[in-house]
Design a protein around this ligand. Structure first.
Ligand code: 5AD
Length: 326
């Protein structure tokens, strides 16, 4: 396996080395998933947020139109995902405590009663008893990205929070029994190559089940609106390396990557480290307001499926749990 200085060299130098890397990553992927790409349907059910993360377009201080989907609307949306054949439903929102423990338990129970699917929550930091109740109601997975492994930068960009606390939440979720996702933002202002290497090793050490790694895209009217996006090649290399090091962990080609690199960027990621895509099922009238960064484009299932098939991959309409093949 690589050490940090070898990885650093790979990340900053030439692309023949990357080709070799990509071949290795594809081999590992083939062994774990054949030519299957897992698919998750995502519902962004609220853009209210109590946090003020400096990079985020739905941070508390943003003057934007806020919306909340009702319980009924969320279930209808879940039914649409289920009808399309997708068997993982991702419920994502800002940190919005309007949705009490009881409301979220209700939503999860109702979905699980009628639909044989996996539920992933991406709703941020909550009380540990909330996490337990959601798991007992049937939630299977939880995304709680660490955003950056650089403690100082973490504190600078997340007022009132620390990396340590974030990882405490991660540990709690793992203990409860969720499959849990970490992940970082490549190109986040004030971070550099060594931080991204540390990100991968942190995810390895903590044995995360999912790794949501995407590029920084500036969001207007945020304190970081004038910072640049990273180079697409760097992001692709990091995804490829992550596959080689993290082996059987589910790694999505994210919407942020799609925004940065378009369809071709997304396909390069799928023909490299990534084995998951997450098309958007948020009702169209709300989508416009879930702008965590500028130029965010929704991934549409039908469109993606055709293109993925042309590349020789198939979408897998299974729950797509982590399958622990090494
Ligand atoms: N660029 C890229 N990713 C972002 N996120 C939030 N804001 C941005 C941005 N400007 C990501 C964070 C968060 C997820 C929901 O969106 O990683 O966890």
């Amino acid at each position: 396996m690589f050490n940090k200085s070898e990885i650093r060299k790979l990340l900053i130098t030439n692309d023949t080395a990357y080709e070799k890397l990509r071949e290795r990553a594809i081999k590992i992927k083939k062994k774990n998933y054949g030519n299957q790409i897992f698919v998750r349907g995502i519902i962004e059910f609220s853009n209210y947020c109590r946090r003020d993360c400096l990079y985020c377009g739905i941070r508390k201080s943003q003057k934007i139109n806020r919306y909340r989907l009702s319980e009924f609307e969320i279930i209808e949306c879940a039914k649409n995902i289920y009808k399309s054949g997708v068997r993982t439903i991702v419920l994502q929102s800002g940190e919005d405590l309007y949705y009490s423990r009881k409301i979220i338990v209700n939503i999860i129970s109702k979905i699980k009663k009628d639909m044989d699917c996996a539920i992933t929550l991406a709703i941020g930091e909550r009380d540990i008893d909330d996490y337990k109740a959601f798991f007992d109601a049937g939630a299977d997975r939880f995304l709680i990205k660490h955003e950056t492994s650089n403690e100082k930068v973490y504190e600078k960009l997340h007022p009132g929070d620390t990396l340590k606390n974030r990882l405490k939440n991660y540990e709690n979720l793992k203990k409860i029994g969720y499959q849990v996702g970490l992940g970082n933002i490549v190109g986040l202002p004030f971070t550099e190559i060594d931080d991204y290497i540390n990100d991968i090793f942190l995810m390895k050490k903590l044995d995360c089940d999912m790794a949501g790694i995407g590029p920084f895209i500036p969001a207007k009217d945020t304190p970081l609106s004038n910072y640049p996006t990273p180079n697409l090649d760097l992001v692709l290399k990091i995804l490829t390396l992550s596959r080689i090091i993290l082996r059987d962990v589910n790694i999505p080609a994210t919407t942020a990557l799609y925004t940065l690199g378009g369809l071709s960027g997304l396909l390069m990621a799928i023909d490299g480290g990534c084995n998951v895509i997450m098309p958007n099922f948020t009702p169209t009238e709300y989508r416009e307001n879930y702008k965590i960064y500028d130029r965010k484009k929704p991934l549409i299932l039908d469109k993606i499926e055709k293109i993925i098939n042309q590349k020789g991959y198939n979408l897998s309409y299974t729950k797509g749990d982590r399958n622990y093949v090494h």
